[in-house]
Design a protein around this ligand. Structure first.
Ligand code: ME8
Length: 529
């Protein structure tokens, strides 16, 4: 069984999660579910980033005192977990940077790097961005403004520990060039190479406790804690056992995907591979940076106070429509403008009209004409084809049958989903839904029933039910609850998660005689918004 290790960033616990965080979660969940369906040995990890200045500030702002940090973070972490549960995020492990194991990994890696002479102490005089916790050189910021967040920088004059990352600049450039899948999408790779055109400064990996004490202690100097990014990045190896359980580590590492937002690309594509290389550990296979959800032209973010609460949207529209919208509306990798109107419009057209109607009409006909049982018609998609003239709606000259089209879907999904092309995957699924809907209109099963053409009618209804089976399996990674709902309405007793991706490749798996189980409309239309 192929191992598949996928990670999300560890979210800061300085406030509640918003759409942006849920976006990364839903995307990783979709891929993890898809890989499990395909038989992969998936390890999907997410978690929380709990140390550092940002968190310390939030702690104090919430009325907690120094020393009560853990109490604060312990209260926030369940808020994240609750939302992920609500959104059906099927992570295998939730890591916290305050976990004992993680702390010991961070300390062991620092110890190793220090012993190997890769960490040194010096007095740093220069710019520092407090909100980003990042050092900048005079060349990088001639105007004293943070190149990342555009806020004014502070002058710092302080002794700290530094990791010799400048030594690895050339290695990293060569590595990125030689490994085209390392940073995705391609335009992000070019951004990183652009950044590496400038001289790389050694990375400060400590903070003096007298300035900021909420962090993991540096093992070789009791007056310092670890820089929060060194601490947080290390989660990707501590979470799979490094160095305590090397057997497990060797099974899962290198990670197949680190999925992140474009805001933290430099940390992942520059600092992280160098830290790993300095430790003699291979880099992750792919770092995929997605775009931002923006609202009124600005990035949705906690600090800007323009965030949309996922819980509110879920309670209004449901979990699956929310997941569907995030993955269908905007190509993964690009920025997307969030609006509730767009969500409602997608819901009504794709979910209520297309999918909801297909399910409802097909099951109604199965009830009406076949006593609620799946009619016989295995292997028979031809009649529906002939009658419906399926070439018409999609401009294709050759008449492609429902069966041929449905069976070609697996190949499309195999190409798109592992490349994060959710938009293409979903549009291919919807093509089939639309052909099926069109075929009902064209073949007019109600006239066949009147004319007494029972065989042809059975063949049509069976084919439509088969399409619904294939749709249920293929939407599972995107909308696991709706998928299960359709599955149960088709009369299936086992959970949808028991199905395999290969079930998409065979036509005629539904057994005739099975009683369908039509229930309330899956996606009732949203009126008047
Ligand atoms: O950066 N649009 O945590 P964070 C899309 N702790 N995605 C967004 C987004 C938006 N408007 N806003 C946030 C950190 N995200 C560090 C990470 S990893 C070792 C440490 C998502 O809470 C996106 O995935 O600020 C982004 O990278 C992440 O949230 C940043 O979360």
């Amino acid at each position: 069984m192929n191992k598949f290790y996928i990670t999300t960033p560890l979210y800061y616990v300085n406030s509640k999660p918003h759409i942006g965080h849920s976006y990364t979660q839903v995307a990783c969940d979709c891929l993890a579910r898809f890989m499990r369906q395909a038989g992969g040995d998936v390890f999907f990890m997410t978690g929380t980033d709990e140390h550092g200045e940002k968190i310390e500030k939030a702690i104090l702002a919430h009325g907690y005192r120094e020393g009560e940090e853990k109490k604060f973070v312990d209260e926030i972490v369940p808020v994240f977990k609750k939302l992920w549960k609500k959104l059906a995020i099927s992570y295998d492990y939730f890591i916290r940077t305050t976990d004992k194991n993680h702390i010991s990994t961070v300390q062991a890696t620092l110890e190793k790097l220090y012993k190997d002479g890769k960490i040194y102490k010096k007095i740093y005089k220069g710019w520092f961005c407090t909100p980003c916790e990042t050092f900048w050189s005079e060349t990088q910021s001639p105007d004293g403004i943070c190149p990342d967040c555009k806020r004014p920088l502070e002058k710092l004059d302080e002794a700290n520990y530094f990791l010799k990352i400048s030594e690895y600049q050339k290695w990293l450039i060569d590595y990125i060039k030689a490994n085209p899948d390392f940073i995705k999408p391609d335009f992000r790779k070019n951004e990183v190479l652009g950044f590496l055109n400038e001289e790389l400064l050694d990375l400060c990996i400590s903070r003096p406790k007298k300035r900021m004490s909420w962090g993991i202690g540096i093992p070789f100097d009791k007056d310092y804690v670890t820089y929060v990014w060194f601490d947080a990045l290390t989660n990707y190896i501590s979470g799979v056992g490094y160095p305590q359980d090397m057997k497990r580590f060797e099974k899962y590492w290198p990670a197949d995907f680190h999925v992140i937002g474009k805001d933290i690309l430099r940390h992942h594509a520059v600092y992280w591979p160098i830290i790993l290389h300095a430790l003699d550990i291979a880099p992750p296979k792919t770092i995929f940076a997605h775009g931002w959800w923006v609202i009124k032209g600005e990035k949705m973010s906690k600090s800007k106070g323009n965030v949309v609460d996922p819980l509110e949207l879920i309670s209004k529209y449901g979990i699956d429509p929310y997941r569907y919208f995030l993955l269908r509306e905007v190509p993964f990798g690009l920025d997307g403008v969030f609006s509730e109107e767009a969500l409602v419009s997608r819901y009504n057209s794709d979910l209520a009209n297309d999918l909801g109607n297909l399910l409802n009409r097909t099951l109604t006909m199965a009830e009406k004409y076949f006593d609620g049982k799946i009619p016989s018609g295995q292997g028979e998609a031809l009649k529906i084809d002939r009658r419906a003239g399926l070439n018409l709606p999609y401009g294709s000259k050759s008449a492609e049958g429902l069966k041929t089209k449905a069976l070609a879907l697996a190949g499309e999904l195999e190409k798109s989903i592992p490349n994060f092309d959710f938009v293409n995957a979903l549009s291919k699924i919807w093509e089939i839904i639309n052909i099926a809907n069109k075929s009902i209109e064209d073949s007019k099963p109600w006239s066949l029933a009147k004319e007494g053409k029972t065989d042809e009618l059975a063949s049509i209804i069976y084919s439509l039910l088969e399409v619904l089976r294939i749709v249920a399996i293929s939407i599972y990674p995107f909308m696991p609850l709706a998928s299960q709902n359709i599955w149960a309405q088709l009369g299936m007793k086992d959970g949808i998660e028991k199905t395999k991706f290969s079930d998409l490749k065979t036509w005629g798996k539904l057994s005739s005689g099975t009683k369908v189980n039509k229930s309330a409309p899956l996606f009732p239309r949203i009126e008047g918004t």
